[in-house]
Ligand binder design. Structure first.
Ligand SMILES: [Zn+2]
Length: 304
């Protein structure tokens, strides 16, 4: 039996864990962090009009700040990549798809908000929309907070047609409309609070690592997946309202999962739902998408 430094007999570790001044302080610290985390969580909850779901967005992060972060990231990406000439044929086609989708953002937001008994916020009216095409083999696209978008040329052969490109771009635009970036930032802040609590509460590096991976698998990853499902739904409604054929979404995601074959590009990687589930979700959304197409696709909208 080991002698403990204070000269007491160590009875199976009970003296170290139970009570004692250090033990109490540690619990107080953990309690403090739990209260801080709880206040942060409940103080920054709001309901998103697009989905009717409760979301966590830091109320200290204002729209302009978010837009500035998006712009900064966009400029960095464009300076590292090879954007196509804006007058190239693909650039013009992608820009036209984008403008058709953007033109329907307000009506789709209003319709979805009404379905949830809410008023639209029209947060995106302050966006400075822009789209560039980037020369790359990746079948990928993105839309940053504030409306800065890019489509990679590698997407074109997988998409095969304008309807499918519109489905992908609608999905990306939806991420920006739903403020998923800001939600991720708030999640990261909560994670940091958890890490600080772990460190202050005396968890060792291995225990902290375990806590973080448990949070990743149990909490952050499913959360990211729900973002993907939401972006699929809002994006599909946008594409349908802009007169694209939403039915192209199903063969598109089938081709995407074949094309990625294990080596998925960043946006379409592990956070994305299992392809089978995604296709089932999309099929279930098809009657609603067709309704949106009938309601909002007006003649002449295609010639923007
Ligand atoms: Zn996505």
């Amino acid at each position: 039996m080991r002698q403990d430094p204070f000269g007491n007999q160590n009875t199976g570790g009970r003296t170290r864990r139970g009570g004692g001044l250090f033990g109490n302080v540690r619990w107080l610290i953990l309690l403090g962090f739990a209260i801080y985390g709880g206040c942060y969580y409940f103080g920054n909850r709001s309901v998103d009009p697009y989905t009717g779901e409760k979301v966590l967005i830091d109320s200290a992060l204002d729209a302009n700040e978010e837009k500035a972060l998006g712009l900064q990231a966009y400029q960095e990406i464009l300076s590292q990549e090879r954007p196509l000439d804006p007058n190239a044929q693909i650039s013009r086609q992608v820009r036209e798809i984008a403008s058709r989708l953007i033109a329907k953002v307000d009506v789709v937001e209003t319709a979805l908000a009404q379905e949830h008994g809410m008023q639209p916020q029209h947060f995106s009216r302050d966006f400075d929309w822009e789209v560039n095409v980037i020369q790359s083999d990746q079948a990928n696209a993105f839309c940053l907070p504030g409306g800065k978008m890019a489509v990679y040329t590698g997407l074109i052969p997988v998409a095969q047609n304008a309807d499918a490109v519109a489905v992908v771009m609608g999905h990306e635009i939806a991420h920006a409309l739903l403020r998923h970036g800001a939600q991720r930032m708030a999640q990261q802040k909560l994670t940091q609070i958890g890490q600080m609590a772990g460190a202050a509460g005396g968890l060792d590096a291995q225990q902290q690592q375990m806590m973080m991976s448990a949070m990743g698998y149990g909490y952050l990853l499913p959360y990211a997946r729900s973002h993907e499902t939401q972006a699929d739904e809002v994006g599909l409604m946008l594409a349908a309202a802009a007169c694209f054929n939403p039915e192209e979404a199903v063969p598109l995601w089938q081709r995407m999962s074949q094309a990625s074959g294990g080596e998925a590009p960043p946006e379409f990687s592990s956070t994305h739902p299992n392809p089978g589930t995604r296709i089932q979700n999309l099929q279930a959304l098809m009657p609603k998408a067709m309704e949106y197409r009938q309601k909002f696709c007006t003649q002449g909208a295609a010639s923007l």
